[in-house]
Structure formats: C-alpha cells, structure tokens
Design a protein around this ligand. Sequence first.
Ligand code: HSE
Length: 310
Amino acid sequence: MKAAAKSATASAPSTSANLGSGFDVFGLALDAFADRVTVTRTGRRGVTVAADGGVPADARRNTAGIVALEAVRRYVKRGGLGVRVSKGVPVGFGLGSSAASAAAAAVAIDRLLGLGLSPSGLVELAGVGERASTSSVHYDNVAASVLGGFVIVRTGPLDIVKMPPPADMECSVAIPEVAVPAKKTAASRKLVPDKVGLKNATANVGNAAAMAAGFARRDTALIGSAMADSIAEPARRRTIPGLESVRGRAIRAGALGVAISGAGPSVIAVGNANTDMDAVGRAMKRGFASVGVRSRVVRCRPTPRGAARL
Ligand code: HSE
C-alpha cells in the first residue's frame, strides 16, 4: 500500500488584477514572480506557519495560513497542518502577493489531502485566504494565480472564464519604491466610489467588452486599447505619485496600454512583438523619477500556467 504523502509543495504566479477596465473582474497571471508553499501534516490540531519575506507567521493573519485553517476545519479529522511560505512576489505592490500564497497553499493542500478539488473549488478555497487578508470578496488575483492565463471572474455564483494570453503579449511592470501602508488594498478599495455615473459605467462596459474580445482574438493591440478605466483609476490616481507621467511616457514610447496593477502602486504596460518593451520600461522609470520616486521595472510575459505542485 502506498504511504500517504507527508508534505506537498506548490508554486503560484504573480498576477495583475483589473487591467484597467475590469475592476474585480479581470486577472492576468504573470511569469514575473512566484510564491512557493509547502504543507505538512502535523499531530496537533490547528495550523502553524513559517514564512519569510516579512509576512505574518500568525496563521490567522497569513493568507496561506487562513487557507490551511479553513482546510483543517473542512477536511481534516485529526491533527493539523504546518505551512511554510517562501515569498517571491513583492508584498503590497499590486502584484497579487497574498493571492499567490493562497493559491499555492490551496493547490498544495489539495494534493496533500488528496481532495481532488475542481479548478473552481481550488479558486474558492484560495479565495477564503484572499478574502480574509483584504477584508473583501474579490477573486480576480486568486483565480488568475490558481488557473493561469487571463481570467474573467463573475461572482454570485462564482464563475470563471479562463482564456490563454496572446503569444506575442509582453508586459513591463514598474514597481515604485514607496512606503506601502498597512492594509493598503482595503484602504485603496475605500476610495473606489459605490455609485458610478452612467457615462463612466458605459465607458467601462465598452472597454471591458473589447478586452474580452481582444483575448478571444489574441489581439494584443485591442487588449491594450481596452485598458482605460473611468471608475477605479480616477479615484485611486492620487495614491500613486507620477501615475499620469508614467502612463503618458509609456504610451509615447510605444506601449499599447497602461493601467494600475491591481490596487497599485505598481503600474503595468502592455505591448506586442512590435513594441520596444525595454524603451517602455525606461520611459516608465523616467515617469516615476520625474516626481522624485525611484522604481524598478520588470519585463515579463503573461503565463498560461497557474499554481502547480512541484
Ligand atoms: N481588484 C482588486 C482591487 C485587486 O483593485 O482592489 C486588489 O487585490
């Protein structure tokens, strides 16, 4: 008889949520960074967490730990789980850090316990961690991190459409060296208006529809042109010094579209095979420098690969 596995390790990619026009709806997995989570069975009820990268080791405050606590509650009759989190995704910069830990934890737990969860079951489990860490329900980052590719998330009931990214799509992500407030995502979400005017809603519906068509047609130029956002970005603009300079310079350097990555403060630019992405990256860096902010730029690609056991 095969002995039950004692531990399982999974890795999950960084992600960029919203892509401008799809607040809480669009997510894109990026090969820029990844988190790695190892889950082990333990004899003691509950969950212990060991984590690097400055994230909390209290299971109730760590997204991977929260996922494990939920898994113990749902699926483990005796004993508990030990979770080791190795951070690769920068924490708090709008690149899906908490989601990557939650996604890797969900996949590792699924394998360790032999749960056989469906893709949407894995997203739902990972979403428990994301929900607790950001105090709100949005599955855009976790869905992209679990499944890879470009995702369209609908909630109530949870339903995810996954599409592969165009082969020629490239990204530059500018990560400013700014202090990120605690609970940044929660604070940044409070800025987004509850009510939206018809003109802005119509503009976003048009862009979001064009974005979906862009992925369906594998048309990176259409995707880039559909990244304009009339709802969340105007409200969040003031939290990212130099945003308009970064955007304007990136577009003049040839970027096909630019948006705040998730809740920021990173900014993502998109290009295709005809775009000089190094020039775009330099332009973004100059945009931040123009307001006295240092930044680093990461060139990356969308990845069709989501969280996977190692
Ligand atoms: N859609 C989310 C937001 C992503 O913009 O607040 C951040 O977690």
